[in-house]
Write a protein that binds this ligand. Sequence first.
Ligand SMILES: Cc1cc2nc3c(=O)[nH]c(=O)nc-3n(C[C@H](O)[C@H](O)[C@H](O)COP(=O)(O)OP(=O)(O)OC[C@H]3O[C@@H](n4cnc5c(N)ncnc54)[C@H](O)[C@@H]3O)c2cc1C
Length: 315
Amino acid sequence: MLNENIFDLIIVGGGPAGASAAIYAARKRMKAILILKEWGGQSVVSSDIQNWIGTPHISGADLAKNLESHVKEYAGEFLKIKVGSMVTNSEIENSLDGNLIKISLESGENIFGKSLLITTGSNRKKIDIKGADEFEHKGLTYCATCDGPMFSDMDVVVIGGGNAGFESASQLLAYCKSVTLLSRSEPRAEKITIEKLKTDPKFKLIIGATPKEIFGDKFVNAISYLDKDGNEIKLDVSGVFVEIGQIPATDWVKNIVELDETGKIKIDPWTNRASKEELIWAAGDATNILYHQNNIASGEAVKAIEDIYKTLKTK
Ligand SMILES: Cc1cc2nc3c(=O)[nH]c(=O)nc-3n(C[C@H](O)[C@H](O)[C@H](O)COP(=O)(O)OP(=O)(O)OC[C@H]3O[C@@H](n4cnc5c(N)ncnc54)[C@H](O)[C@@H]3O)c2cc1C
């Protein structure tokens, strides 16, 4: 293989981690390629992000645009960008230049690199209860920002006691008649968010509620849950919004890195190196770090680039 077809670094993912990595790699004049399905990452659906440092309020869509335009400032001799491409597989190949990473795209194209930074984040977890598959897109949805306005003046339920659940509830309160949030255990969302929502008379929080079944005809018309004592309670609602966590988007690297039991990539927290291979790093929500935030994903990726640069320079 010709040397010019081999990148110093392949970065996969266009969320805050991937975008930060691409900017830092280009500024260090590494021959890099950024491959991503979509710009912006998970919080692209947020209507108001309030903790992206330096910007008191920004929508997820605007954050995505800003990340894209910042990265594109550096596109050129050193940085190539491939948008809309899903990476489906990865392998290590022996070559005359030593081990190389081979990345395969859904189009069938292969890309080779001396190093790889994985920043593919995670996707929403689907709920596995009776009626959930049947009523998906018929009243059961995984995106309050995308589908919320269709439930104006209706009673809805949000499932999930993390930040994403409370954030969805907060968005829905702007137009729904009532929002009931079902949380299996004590909510894990930030206290400030929980307290703010509790002051809204249209909001109700039920703790110790385990969702059981979705009911409906053509569309959702009710949900039932088991309360703390195991009693089945039925609520008449027109919409169910599910926010029960994330599944790491790491299927395409499972052959070349070590994953934990939840599918997250195990990394060394000092350097962001993935556990199995010396050529591979990972950053952001795809990794087994404890906290998942935009600023953290961005900083973790920068840390990884520093280590990749040092490693390749001293090789
Ligand atoms: C609804 C919601 C609201 C949130 N609000 C906030 C907030 O207000 N503040 C905050 O700090 N955090 C918030 N978060 C958390 C934050 O969004 C994440 O921590 C952050 O996006 C993680 O960034 P990342 O770059 O690691 O991964 P992601 O954001 O998940 O980005 C992954 C990227 O990889 C791409 N990708 C995935 N798989 C492939 C593949 N196989 N091939 C090619 N590309 C691929 C995707 O298209 C995407 O570009 C929120 C999360 C959610 C779900």
